[in-house]
Structures are given as structure tokens and as C-alpha cells.
Design a protein around this ligand. Structure first.
Ligand SMILES: *[C@@H]1O[C@H](CO)[C@@H](O)[C@H](O)[C@H]1NC(C)=O
Ligand SMILES: *[C@@H]1O[C@H](CO)[C@@H](O)[C@H](O)[C@H]1NC(C)=O
Ligand SMILES: *[C@@H]1O[C@H](CO)[C@@H](O)[C@H](O)[C@H]1NC(C)=O
Ligand SMILES: *[C@@H]1O[C@H](CO)[C@@H](O)[C@H](O)[C@H]1NC(C)=O
Length: 556
């Protein structure tokens, strides 16, 4: 919906956010055009990548329009006051001009900063004026010392990221005069998503020989499972990705099978243990052979009248000591981390004689994989149930959470839709994989050793050498993106888990889902480069997907 600036009649104002996409092509997102304010454009509140320090706005007016420009920042410890290269008050230029907004982090603390840019416009000195609010958020990180390549990184990241991208939010309480409710959202956004490996991936071709190794080349049932497989053309000659200052060099970690005893596992969580009386169990949300997830109520420690909803993970009577130990250990994967797209454990209950319980904050739409499958079911009757843009937005959130983990040098090792949760505002959070083996047994396989692993989500080096890094998490992110686009299908469903490594080595990957745009598939495909160094970094994925998200918005 957009509102006409009725009183502006002959005034033509254009305020547009100027983009330069990586391909070098320019694009613009219009906020105000021919007196029409695009509330749709203003409603974006997307993330400014942490490397991006400048936003460029283009504007001009046909007749005299005065402006006042001001900023609010919610955290001055993390970010300096934004700087502009025009005066804070004056006349909107009559010729097309550009102004620049600088958003610099102080590097003192880690924090997500909300930035509000407020532009007040007055026409012909009348008392009527219009307030436009542009909202941004940016992750600011504490400066890491080391990184001897930082000089290089800074230069490269500037060329890649500098000229910015999108998005502010609602400007409510805006117009007194807002007259007509017109609905022509005027956008002329032509955004080319210059996805990192687009070129090399374009040459993906269908290879028929694979039908020999997959028993059911079921093109006859395309709607249920994806059964064609693609072979990526010589993954090794793909263009290397320019490294960004995203995070320090990858830490490679071997899977640690060191056995922990139940007593040790309990000792580790003692400090977050609470009394059983504070928890009330309600419905069972998910149930496996030995594990269960409940919707629970957690009573506040000090004020018994205050309650919080929670997920409660617990085990049934028949659970073995090993299974209980695993639940406790795996629940601690994200412990102590704070990010809006992560859902770490908050408490445990390990009283004698009770089955141990793990408590996490509640997200009312529950498990993401189950949610996607639900969407798939309703999609038949209601194609509008969930839009591609919503799905991309979920992917961005997952990439943001993972980017944070990568910076903290935390390797998730089991990123998948089943290990994410969602709420009714479509906020997505990544969580640990405790009980996932039990709740989603089809997604884990045992390859001869005693370990049950998420084979279809694993990078080749993890499968073969048991090596895990942020780059192998990127691989799993690619598969998760594929799960989003297929509304929760199982990847590589026709491939024998024992064949997976050979299959990947030969260059085969999951096929492009039906209705998945090429640009998006290219993003997935570059996550599956054989060489971990060639895979994009999470920060780059956030950037790419954010641009793609904005481009999708432009066609709505
Ligand atoms: C814009 O107008 C609003 C409402 O009068 C006022 O509160 C705000 O301070 C103004 N902003 C700037 C940047 O002048
Ligand atoms: C502000 O900076 C931008 C980009 O750096 C430049 O194009 C523009 O001319 C500058 N504007 C003024 C008024 O200096
Ligand atoms: C980075 O850029 C600065 C000037 O902008 C230059 O002096 C420096 O040599 C560059 N560093 C590298 C590693 O290219
Ligand atoms: C402000 O807008 C109102 C509503 O459109 C209009 O009636 C009024 O004359 C305007 N005031 C001025 C000073 O232009």
C-alpha cells in the first residue's frame, strides 16, 4: 500500500537507494517516486552486512522541498553516530544527486545495532510535512586482533561489498494528509544477483549415466521426491571466491568420539540446573523411540506468578545411559551463545530419580522441518501459504546465525532444517541436534562404524576424513536451503548412504528443485564445491541472499 503525497502535486521527489551489485550493474530501490511513497520498500528492515560501511541514496526534487535528516542508534558502544556527507538540514537538490551515509562499528563490543534514519520533508514551507523512517540493523563485532591478512581483506571486502544494499522499515504515523490509498507500488528494481559461481554452475548438465546407480530414476513422480541428479561440471575449475574479512581461517576439527560418562555430562550442566517443581509439562510435540519434546511451562525463579513457555527435551524410561548422556552433551553445543538466530539451552533439570530434562526457549511453530512439511500439505489447497520470499528470508536468518557461529569458531556439524525452529513471525533459530537422531531416524545413517551420521547433509571431507569446519557447515547450509525450497523433502533420497561419498566425488549433486530460481540454485550449488576453500563464507551467503530477497520483493 502506498499513500499519495497529495499536497505535493507538481513536486517530483525521488529518493532511491542506490545499489551496485557485484556484477557491476547498477540497480535502484525506489522509496519515493513521483510523490508516491513506497511503504513496501520502507517496510524492509534488512541486515547491513558487517563489512558494509556505506549506504548511498539518490534523490532529487522538481520544486522546492526542504529536508531535515537525523539518526538514532540504539547502541553507541557498538556503533558511532552515522555520518553523512551532506548537511543535516537544507533543500533537496534539484538535480539527481547522491548522498552517503556512513555506518561504522566501533569494534568495542559484539552487538546487533538498530539504526533509524529519519528524513523530514517540507514542501513550500507549509506546515505540512512528511516523515520518512528508514530502519536498518547491522551486526557489529568486536575487533579480532590476529588476522595478519586484515589489510588485504579490508581492500577486497571493500570492492565486493562497498556500495551497499537494502532496506528500512515502516514509517507509520507518517502522513496527516495521506489521502488516497493507491496501490501501485512503483518499483523499478532490476537487480541482478551476481552469484559467486554462477558461471561455473551454469554449465551444470544432466548426466544420464547416473540412472544406472540409482535404482529408481523416477521422473514419473516429480512432485513427491526429486529423483534427477545433476553433475557439476568439473568443480575444481570453479572461480575461487575472493576471501572476505568474514572470519578467521577455518578451523578444522575431527569428530570427537571421546566417550563422556553420564556423571561427567551432568556435572557440566550443574550450573544451569533448576528444580523440577519449576517445570510443568503440557503437550508432547515430538516423540521418538526413546526421546520426547514437550511444550512446557517454566515458572520464574523469583516470582511464581510469572511463567515462560519452553521446549522440554527429555527421555523415556527405556533410554539407555548412553542416550541420556548424548542428549545432555549435544544440548550444550550452543550453550552461552547469544544471537537472535540461535536457540541455545537455558536450563536443565537433573534431579535424582527423575529423567533428565533439557529446557530451551519456546518457538510457537516448532520444528522447521515439520513446519515445511506442513506447508507442503496445505500448499495444494492454498498456494499462497508460504512465499518464496518468506523461504529466502528464513535462509537469510539461518545464514546470519551460522555466520555468528563461524566467527566464534563454533562448528555446528549438523545444520539441517530439523535442527531449526520457527515462530509465527517467521523468525527462525538454529538449535542443537540433541534427540534429532531419534526424532528423525531417516536422516541419519550408520556407515559401518558405530556412529549415526547425517550422511546426506555432510561434505565430502567430513564423510571421508571425518573433518569438520565452517566450510563443511556451509555445505550443510546448501542442503538446508534445498530443504527450504522443496518444503522439507529428503535430499539424495534415492542414493544409498553407503554410495554417497563416491557419488559426491564423481561430481553429482542434488537437482534443482522445481520452481527454484536459477540464482538460488547457484547459491546452493556453490556451497557444494568439493574444495572447502572454494565454498562461500556465511557472510557472503547472507549478502547474496539478501540481495536476492530484495529482488524478489521488487516483483511483488
Ligand atoms: C521529524 O519530525 C518529527 C515529528 O515532528 C520530529 O519528532 C523529528 O525530530 C523530526 N526529525 C528530524 C530529523 O528533524
Ligand atoms: C557524497 O558521497 C557520494 C559517494 O561517495 C558522492 O557521490 C557524492 O557526490 C557526495 N555528495 C556530496 C554532497 O559531497
Ligand atoms: C590496501 O589499500 C591501501 C590504500 O587504500 C593500500 O595502501 C594498501 O597497499 C592495500 N593493501 C593491499 C594488501 O592491497
Ligand atoms: C495541510 O494539509 C491539509 C490536509 O491536506 C490541508 O487541508 C491544509 O491546508 C494543509 N496546510 C497547509 C499549511 O498547507
Amino acid at each position: 500500500m502506498c499513500l499519495s503525497l497529495h499536497q505535493y502535486y507538481a513536486v517530483l521527489i525521488i529518493i532511491a537507494l542506490h545499489y551496485v551489485v557485484k556484477s557491476g550493474l547498477d540497480a535502484e530501490l525506489y522509496y519515493v517516486r513521483n510523490d508516491l511513497i513506497s511503504h513496501y520498500a520502507l517496510s524492509f528492515n534488512l541486515l547491513v552486512p558487517s563489512e558494509t560501511n556505506f549506504l548511498h541514496f539518490t534523490w532529487h526534487a522538481k520544486s522546492k522541498v526542504e529536508y531535515k535528516l537525523g539518526f538514532q542508534v540504539d547502541n553507541f558502544v557498538a556503533m558511532d553516530m552515522p555520518q553523512i556527507n551532506i548537511s543535516a538540514q537544507g533543500e533537496v537538490p534539484r538535480t539527481l544527486s547522491v548522498f552517503r551515509v556512513e555506518l561504522s562499528c566501533t569494534g568495542k563490543v559484539d552487538s546487533e545495532v538498530m539504526i533509524l534514519m529519519q528524513l523530514n520533508l517540507t514542501v513550500n514551507s507549509s506546515k505540512n510535512f512528511t516523515v520518512l523512517n528508514f530502519k536498518r540493523r547491522k551486526m557489529c563485532y568486536k575487533k579480532l586482533e590476529e588476522v595478519k591478512t586484515s589489510a588485504l581483506d579490508k581492500n577486497t571486502s571493500r570492492t565486493i561489498y562497498d556500495p551497499v544494499h537494502a532496506a528500512p522499515t515502516t514509517s507509520t504515523r507518517v502522513f496527516y494528509i495521506s489521502v488516497g490509498v493507491c496501490c501501485a507500488v512503483i518499483f523499478l528494481v532490476a537487480i541482478i544477483l551476481a552469484v559467486l559461481h554462477l558461471h561455473s554452475m551454469k554449465r551444470i548438465e544432466l548426466d544420464d549415466s547416473i540412472s544406472a546407480s540409482s535404482s529408481s530414476q523416477g521422473l514419473s513422480q516429480p512432485s513427491t521426491q526429486t529423483t534427477q541428479y545433476l553433475r557439476a561440471d568439473t568443480p575444481n575449475n570453479a572461480t575461487p571466491i575472493t576471501s572476505s574479512s568474514g572470519y578467521p581461517t577455518l578451523r578444522i576439527e575431527k569428530n570427537d568420539l571421546r566417550s563422556v560418562t553420564l556423571l561427567e555430562a551432568k556435572a557440566k550442566v550443574k550450573d544451569i540446573a533448576i528444580s523440577r517443581e519449576r517445570i510443568t509439562l503440557k503437550d508432547v510435540l515430538q516423540e521418538g523411540t526413546f526421546g520426547r519434546i514437550f511444550h512446557g511451562i517454566l515458572v520464574d525463579e523469583k516470582d511464581p506468578n510469572k511463567e515462560k513457555q519452553a521446549f522440554v527435551k527429555t527421555v523415556k524410561d527405556q533410554a539407555s545411559e548412553i542416550q541420556v548422556t548424548m542428549m545432555l552433551t549435544e544440548s550444550c553445543k550452543l550453550r552461552g551463545l547469544h544471537h537472535r538466530n540461535l536457540l541455545p539451552i537455558t536450563h536443565v533439570c537433573i534431579e535424582e530419580g527423575e529423567k533428565p530434562m533439557v529446557i530451551l526457549p519456546y518457538m510457537n511453530w516448532g520444528n522447521l522441518k515439520l513446519f515445511l512439511r506442513q506447508c507442503k500439505l496445505v500448499e495444494a489447497n492454498n498456494p499462497q501459504a508460504i512465499s518464496q520470499q518468506d523461504l529466502v528470508h528464513m535462509a537469510i536468518q539461518i545464514a546470519c546465525g551460522m555466520s555468528y557461529l563461524a566467527r566464534r569458531e563454533v562448528i555446528h556439524k549438523d545444520l539441517a532444517a530439523r535442527n531449526c525452529v520457527i515462530d509465527d513471525t517467521l523468525q527462525v533459530k538454529i538449535t542443537d541436534n540433541a534427540l534429532s537422531r531419534d526424532l528423525f531416524p531417516m536422516d541419519y545413517h550408520c556407515l559401518g562404524d558405530n556412529e549415526n551420521r547425517p550422511v546426506r547433509w555432510m561434505a565430502l571431507e567430513s564423510l571421508v576424513n571425518n573433518e569438520f569446519s565452517s566450510a563443511s557447515d556451509v555445505w550443510a547450509f546448501g542442503v538446508t536451503l534445498w530443504e527450504l525450497m522443496t518444503l522439507g523433502q529428503t535430499p539424495y533420497v534415492d542414493i544409498d548412504p553407503f554410495e554417497m561419498a563416491a557419488y559426491l566425488k564423481d561430481g553429482y549433486r542434488i537437482a534443482q528443485p522445481i520452481n527454484c530460481p536459477d540464482e538460488l540454485f547457484a547459491v546452493m550449488a556453490c556451497c557444494w564445491a568439493l574444495d572447502p576453500e572454494e565454498r562461500p563464507k556465511f557472510q557472503q551467503l547472507v549478502q547474496c541472499l539478501t540481495e536476492f530477497h530484495a529482488a524478489l520483493g521488487a516483483y511483488v
